[in-house]
Design a protein around this ligand. Structure first.
Ligand SMILES: NC(=O)c1ccc[n+]([C@@H]2O[C@H](COP(=O)([O-])OP(=O)(O)OC[C@H]3O[C@@H](n4cnc5c(N)ncnc54)[C@H](O)[C@@H]3O)[C@@H](O)[C@H]2O)c1
Length: 270
């Protein structure tokens, strides 16, 4: 725990609410970028709630490791290695994953390349890569869900947004552009797919020192940040996973088109 971080008070143990894990038994959930960071944690957490996880990542070693961790903990998972920004890859992965249970119940669009740079130094390759995985892949996920969801049950799509989607910061222009698009596309999909029983929401995590994020900000920077976050700590991977699990649960069945800030209050006061 960081020096100025406050311990989380335990919830009162009433009506079993101390354990906030929803029952996701037999939910077929495909997670992109599940090889590390927030995607990895979500994969492990959702598997522990009973879901069958498609662990998709461009890094095949990490994807295999995560699927292995799930299986060795008694869960169910299948590894998919590939660039999920390519439509052919996304659809092939989805087609294969759908064979397991005859449907896809949810896709978590988590994969992203995290890069910051001044606008004058933005390179075409990096711009393309970030737009492709951050924005284009969401269209393929939508098409994959439409193809494979069970029309009686419905489905859920959860996107990873960011507080930078709606505010200007120096050097985050490409990343912010992607997350701005993610935010508005979440709402467009919610409007378009709602009548078909497909809910679409986003979580917007703030400041979680994942492997990718530590490439942008140092450990020192994270320590400093905790001082201006209203809850006086950085985010943890589990904060994000719990929000995702809730959005997937039947208790969230009327939540559609929402961007849930999981950021300790940063978006509320900036
Ligand atoms: N960490 C934070 O503070 C934070 C805050 C807001 C939003 N987010 C969002 O959360 C998501 C996860 O971020 P993270 O911090 O865990 O990042 P991370 O870099 O640690 O993990 C990202 C994963 O995505 C994979 N990936 C990248 N490109 C891919 C591609 N083309 N196909 C398949 N997999 C690919 C990477 O290999 C990696 O395993 C991202 O969408 C990010 O923008 C993170």
């Amino acid at each position: 725990m960081a020096p100025n971080e406050k311990p989380i008070k335990p919830l009162r143990t009433i009506n079993g609410f101390q354990n906030m894990k929803p029952d996701l038994t037999d939910q077929y959930i495909l997670i992109t970028g599940a090889g590390r960071g927030l995607g990895r944690h979500a994969a492990l957490h959702l598997a522990s709630c009973g879901a069958i996880i498609g662990v998709a990542d461009i890094d095949s070693n990490n994807a295999e490791k995560v699927a292995g961790e799930i299986i060795s903990n008694g869960g169910k998972a299948k590894t998919y290695a590939g660039d999920m920004s390519a439509r052919a890859t996304f659809m092939a992965v989805a087609d294969d994953f759908a064979k397991l249970g005859g449907r896809i119940d949810a896709v978590i669009n988590n994969a992203m390349l995290l890069r910051y740079s001044p606008i004058e130094e933005v390179e075409e390759d990096t711009l393309d890569t970030m737009l492709n995985i951050g924005v284009k892949a969401l269209f393929w996920s939508a098409q994959a869900v439409l193809k494979h969801y069970d029309k009686e049950i419905g489905a859920t799509i959860i996107n990873l947004a960011s507080p930078v989607a709606t505010r200007g910061f120096p050097n985050t222009s490409v990343y912010s552009t992607v997350k701005g698009a993610v935010t508005v596309f979440t709402k467009s999909m919610a409007a378009e797919f709602g009548p078909q029983g497909i809910r679409v929401n986003a979580v917007s995590p703030g400041s979680v020192p994942t492997p990718g994020a530590l490439g942008l900000n140092s450990e020192e920077e994270y320590k400093k940040r905790a001082a201006w976050i209203p809850l006086r700590r950085n985010g943890r991977e589990e904060d994000n996973s719990h929000a995702i699990a809730f959005l997937l649960s039947k208790e969230a069945s009327f939540i559609n088109g929402e961007i849930i800030n999981v950021d300790g209050g940063v978006a509320a006061c900036n």
